[in-house]
Design a protein around this ligand. Structure first.
Ligand code: HMG
Ligand code: MG
Length: 298
């Protein structure tokens, strides 16, 4: 059955901006996050404490976390691949720590420089320390619907990583289509399988829109009972270790669809459109949200 209410996690400040070549000043990121907070999101992925050699754009994460105006009740999340990242994330006051693994062995090597099994061992310490600090723990699984390096990824590999993340104590687990190759029937079948392995209300859909399937895949996930979706304002983004992958589904498009479906999000679409125009102007390009641009042109 269709959920009547969904949680939209705004990932633009992290997934959206991490792939930008030109360093974006912390002040711009802070303004963007403050605008998104004002728009009503309850969860914003604000930072990533990874190696600056691997992802230079995220090197401002400590400054960004220190500069934002926090609204009580809003969860500001940060990625942490290891203990070094975790310590920085906690010091910066992250409310939720995101460990990120992969269902594809090849992608795990390219993205975090270790095997899936090694990554889980690394995450064990991170998970423990996160819980000890009283913070939320989220796990992200990349390449669920396909991998840029090895192609097909079997459902058994996905379920295996899901179980490991569950056993690490993840409060929420993200099912990610890193390169946007999934299609609706496939997505629905995978989600229907995964809700048998982990509570549906703690699974999220993280769809990149590379092949234009993301909104359809969200609709398919709604049919499977998924009620948490990641989206990126103005459709910003791409993963630096997934060549050619475009941004996440645009938040404005998701909000427009949810409005039409009568599904509550608690977010002010017009305010998100404004934020999308702001960051796109800074980046010197047109926003990649169809609904956002249509609304902005009115
Ligand atoms: P490594 O080179 O194997 O790590 O990288 P290492 O432990 O050998 O350390 C090498 C150097 O990095 C050392 O510095 C460390 O101190 C430093 P040096 O001694 O050479 O000067 N270092 C760090 N610095 C800052 N923060 C840290 C950190 N860790 C080590 N946390 C590592 C392993 C995991 C660190 C590296 O591969 C990495 O940072 N990878 C991150 C890649 C990434 O951020 N990808 C994008 C995010 S994932 C994503 O976008 C997918 C997602 O959206 C879902 C989807 O769509 O699929 C979530
Ligand atoms: Mg992503």
């Amino acid at each position: 059955t269709f959920p009547t209410k969904v949680k939209i996690v705004e990932v633009g400040p992290r997934d959206g901006l991490q792939n930008e070549k030109e360093t974006i000043p912390a002040a711009i990121k802070i303004t963007l996050i403050n605008q998104l907070t004002a728009a009503g999101f309850v969860n914003i992925e604000a930072a990533s404490f990874v190696s600056p050699k691997w992802v230079p754009q995220m090197a401002t994460s400590t400054e960004v976390m220190a500069g934002i105006t926090r609204k009580p009740g809003v969860i500001y999340s940060a990625l942490a691949p290891n203990m070094k990242g975790l310590e920085a994330a906690l010091a910066a006051g992250a409310d939720e720590v995101v460990i990120f693994g992969s269902a594809s062995e090849a992608f795990s090597q390219k993205n975090i420089n270790c095997s899936i099994a090694e990554s889980i061992e690394r995450f064990r310490d991170v998970a423990l320390a996160t819980k000890q600090a009283g913070k939320r723990l989220r796990g992200s699984i990349s390449c669920v619907f396909g991998c840029p390096y090895q192609g097909e990824v079997g459902i058994d590999a996905v379920v295996d990583v899901l179980h490991r993340m569950r056993d690490l104590g993840c409060d929420e687990i993200d099912i990610a289509d890193t390169i946007g190759v999934g299609t609706p029937h496939q997505v629905k079948a995978v989600m229907q399988r995964l809700v048998q392995e982990f509570p549906a209300d703690r699974l999220s859909g993280h769809f990149h829109d590379t092949y234009g399937q993301a909104l359809a895949n969200i609709y398919a996930s709604l049919e499977a009972g998924i009620s948490i979706y990641h989206a990126s304002v103005a459709g910003l983004g791409g993963c630096p270790y997934a060549k050619g992958a475009t941004g996440n589904v645009a938040t404005e498009d998701v909000l427009y669809m949810m409005q039409g479906l009568g599904i509550e999000t608690g977010i002010d679409l017009n305010a998100v459109v404004q934020a999308g125009q702001f960051i796109s102007q800074h980046l010197g390009r047109k926003a990649a949200s169809r609904a956002g641009n249509a609304i902005a042109a009115k």
